[in-house]
Write a protein that binds this ligand. Sequence first.
Ligand code: ADE
Ligand code: ZN
Length: 349
Amino acid sequence: MQLWSGAGTIAAMQDLDAFLKGLPKAELHLHIEGSLEPEQMFAFAQRNGVTLPYASVEEIRAAYSFSRLQDFLDIYYAGAGVLLTEADFKDLALAYFERLAADGGRHAEIFFDPQTHTDRGVPFSVVADGLLAGMAEAQARWGVTSKLILCFLRHLDEDAAFATLAAAEPYLDRIVGVGLDSSEVGNPPAKFARVFAAAKVKGLKLVAHAGEEGPPEYVYEALDALHVDRIDHGNRSLEDAALVARLAREGMTLTVCPLSNLKLCVVDDMTRHPLKRMLELGLHATVNSDDPAYFGGYLNDNYRAAIAGLGLSKAELVQLAKNSFAGSFLSEAEKAAGIAEVEAYAAAH
Ligand code: ADE
Ligand code: ZN
């Protein structure tokens, strides 16, 4: 797996790296369970009396070798088994936000997978209260704002998704939207058309993973059967010129995850990642980390990998950062403030 294109001089790369560090940005595609670092997995296992099938942190890291999405999901769901208490979810969120703040992140819209926890007896309220406490504390400590997106696991059935939406009812004033994740191929978006319609009636925003491993038809379905506000990943949209034209025309935000795509073999080489092409085609692409503890890097690591592999310019970095605010679920005034902050930073550096 090749990360470096050799494009640009080392000095130019260092320049861009310094620029990147201070560039204000938002993260729109982050599974909080995917930010569970091996060290934290061990610590939570110990304090909760959970036995892990690994003897060391090194052994855990060695297991993170994936040839497709399902390889990762099997390990990711097993890892989440150490999360039992409100304090676990709060600490998990805080550790993520600390890293985001260090990367110049101002805002994040984080996914959580309640069914992964409720199905092993952890109440919805424990998960939600812990995450919300971490989000509030992160705002107080680092000034980072955030919103919560409840993801339905698409390998489970529609009834289970409806039950999860019902469990979320007391929290709907603190959940901005619903999403769809887990095993994509064989679980098309239309399977969840009715539960997404019900979520929309409740005033929730709608997003879905589509076109990560699944075909362009799944992206069409996310648009036409689910009526999503954002597409998560969307890589395979590029196989269909009419779909690309539509996504561009509709100004649909794509939450792209470079290191995830490399680790899950969605792309074979960072020099061939579609991110730069997406921008050239007028798509509203953003950069995100997906599951940073599993894929080798947090938000700026993903920007760095794209800079190194694709030779992204300063102007393209600025566009990506602006897209991250524009594509968020912040208010129009907050989006404008984020974009203005990016522009002011770019003008000054
Ligand atoms: N759950 C966590 N990360 C995911 C990904 N990249 N695709 C689908 N489901 C996920
Ligand atoms: Zn994802």
